[in-house]
Design a protein around this ligand. Structure first.
Ligand SMILES: O=C(O)COP(=O)(O)O
Ligand SMILES: [Mg+2]
Length: 225
């Protein structure tokens, strides 16, 4: 039996230009064990991915702020405090960015995502004044509440579904994946991963993006034969 998976999305299942790599549609629909998507993106994104792969919607969104499994939704974090940071950031001349793409935050329920073009120093200093944290995923700065993490959310999801987190293989690429790597039994950072993810992973892969991820998935399938 192949092991269950907990997979980051951006940088892990994608190409370098942010598209889902088609190999996700070849390897995941027939995966014979649970697959959990754990992302910094807003709640609808991993739900849609699971849905269109024909997989059960077991997801972690917003860096752990949202857990959804078996029809149950759990939220962690203080969205008002995160928005207070974003509002002060705008008042002090900052820009959330996204070129008018309001869908980035429209369905976000526990935190705020800000474009990588933003003034990072200003954002971090305002977040610190409000006792909120900033996560840099390489795709966005996320203003998130302390204590929110994909790893804690993953543990919660495993409790809900009565899964053993230690049985899971985790793959990811950035600092928001390090906590998942700690909880899962086995962890891989793709070659494009940041230093925090590389440090936390059991194995740093030679291949980047979906090349790295597909290599792990194919090896797991081969080992199962
Ligand atoms: O939304 C982001 O900033 C990153 O998303 P990810 O956690 O799927 O890589
Ligand atoms: Mg990622």
């Amino acid at each position: 039996m192949v092991p269950p998976l907990v997979l980051d999305i951006d940088g892990t299942l994608t190409t370098a230009d942010h598209r889902i790599d088609p190999r996700a549609f070849e390897l995941l629909p027939s995966w014979e064990a649970p697959v959990v998507f754990a992302t910094g993106k807003a709640f609808p994104y991993p739900v849609a991915l699971a849905h269109f792969l024909g997989l059960p919607e077991h997801v972690i969104a917003e860096n752990g702020g949202v857990v959804y499994a078996d029809g149950e939704t759990r939220f962690t974090g203080d969205p008002d405090a995160c928005w207070a940071v974003a509002e002060e950031f705008i008042e002090r001349g900052g820009d959330l960015g996204w070129g008018g793409r309001t869908t980035v935050n429209r369905w976000r329920e526990t935190e705020v995502a800000i474009s990588m073009d933003a003034d990072e120093d200003l954002l971090r200093s305002i977040a610190a004044d409000h006792d909120q944290t900033v996560i840099d995923t390489g795709y966005a700065y996320h203003v998130t509440s302390p204590g929110v993490s994909k790893g804690d959310a993953f543990e919660e999801l495993c409790e809900l579904l009565e899964y053993d987190p230690d049985a899971f293989v985790a793959i990811g690429d950035s600092e928001n994946d390090a906590s998942t790597f700690t909880v899962a039994g086995e962890s891989y950072a793709v070659a494009n991963a940041d230093d925090v993810a590389r440090e936390a992973a059991d194995t740093v892969l030679a291949d980047a993006y979906m090349d790295g991820t597909a290599g792990v998935l194919e090896a797991l399938i081969a080992a199962d034969r």
